[in-house]
Design a binder for this molecule. Sequence first.
Ligand code: F6R
Length: 249
Amino acid sequence: MTVRREFCLRVEILRDPDAVADRAVEIIRETIALPAPVLGVATGHTPLPIYERLRELAATGLSFSHLRSFALDEYCGLGPEDAPSYHAFLQQELFGPVGLGPDQWHAPDGLAEPDAEAHRYETAIRDAGGIDLQILGIGRNGHIGFNEPGSAFDSLTRRVTLSEDTKKANKRDFPPGQPVPHEALTMGIGTILRARKLLMVITGETKISALSGAIMGPITPDIPATALRLHPDATILADEAAAVGLPRI
Ligand code: F6R
């Protein structure tokens, strides 16, 4: 029998997405202040206000010169030149504007042979000394990274098949006529749990059931985000709109 230790997950409910971003940036700045920080980053719409603030801080003098960063995931079949790729997203929204060079940040290569690339990426994270702080969003189905429901909690970076729900949600990021890829490379749940701190951001009414599923009820691979409760230093920042119906203390 596997015995899992459940830790106390911190959940902060904040007024709105701006308040979530302000608080997230406070936490991220603690990591950036480390001597050799490694930051794991998510794509998607939820972290955009965070990246906007980090760009503003860079413009007003905060140095990112010692930061190294790893992206959570990437679509198979898309390269940096493809606008909907996560590589392009991160270059445009964060890494380019804050001045991170190509040797400072990493994303899985969506054009490489997926299984070998997954192994290479997992090794690169380990060789960097692991991730100090991993930023996460959550899918409406409770996914983290592209770890869809049913993903093992000890899974490592690997090729995964995207659920219909995820492809439908992400269609908004693709031009008309370009299908959302069926597969992606993602850090595994085990990879994510090895980060020294986890920070999940959840905003908006479309995430009400994802948030309650993540923090209430059983810890189960059917809701990948419940794995955060197995991490000793995990925080969820949610806005009021996502937290409707949650019991308050
Ligand atoms: C992004 C990622 C996904 C998103 C999730 C939520 O790198 O891995 O898990 O965090 O799909 O996306 P948004 O924030 O667009 O709702």
